[in-house]
Design a protein around this ligand. Structure first.
Ligand code: FES
Length: 134
């Protein structure tokens, strides 16, 4: 199944499972906010043909947990941070649906759910074929 992780037909929500919020303890690791966010997203996305949830340890924005990224082959990628798992699961899914529906993956500001609008960290353009020199 690894071959179809990043295709235009599926948006992958990458979730940092090691993120913590505030003074949250480091142990046990599976009780961190990032791990809970991953479990909640995986549960609600189960059975969705257009969305996949992928765990990862660290997206290099540790002081602003929780963090997720949206990716698909040939589309813009987005990174969001400072996400409270208790209030953002539905918003993250809504973002993933917008990302999936857009041919280029653009998630316009005006279409983002209100609570997550100001949580964008970065966006990265799709890869284009490498330039060749004559
Ligand atoms: S621990 Fe989540 S971004 Fe580093």
């Amino acid at each position: 199944m690894a071959d179809d992780l990043f295709t235009p037909d599926m948006t992958t929500i990458i979730v940092c499972t090691t993120c913590r919020r505030g003074e949250e303890p480091a142990e046990p690791k599976d009780q961190r906010s990032g791990a809970k966010l991953f479990a909640d997203l995986e549960s609600v996305a189960k059975g969705r043909a257009n969305i996949r949830v992928q765990p990862v340890e660290c997206l290099l924005n540790c002081n602003h947990g929780c963090n997720i990224a949206l990716r698909a082959d040939g589309k813009w990628s987005y990174h969001f941070g400072d996400l409270d798992p208790a209030e953002q699961v539905a918003n993250i899914l809504a973002l993933a649906d917008i990302h999936h529906a857009a041919p280029d993956g653009e998630v316009p500001w005006g279409k983002r759910p209100e609570l997550i609008k100001r949580k964008a960290v970065s966006r990265i353009p799709p890869l284009t074929p490498a330039r060749t020199t004559a």
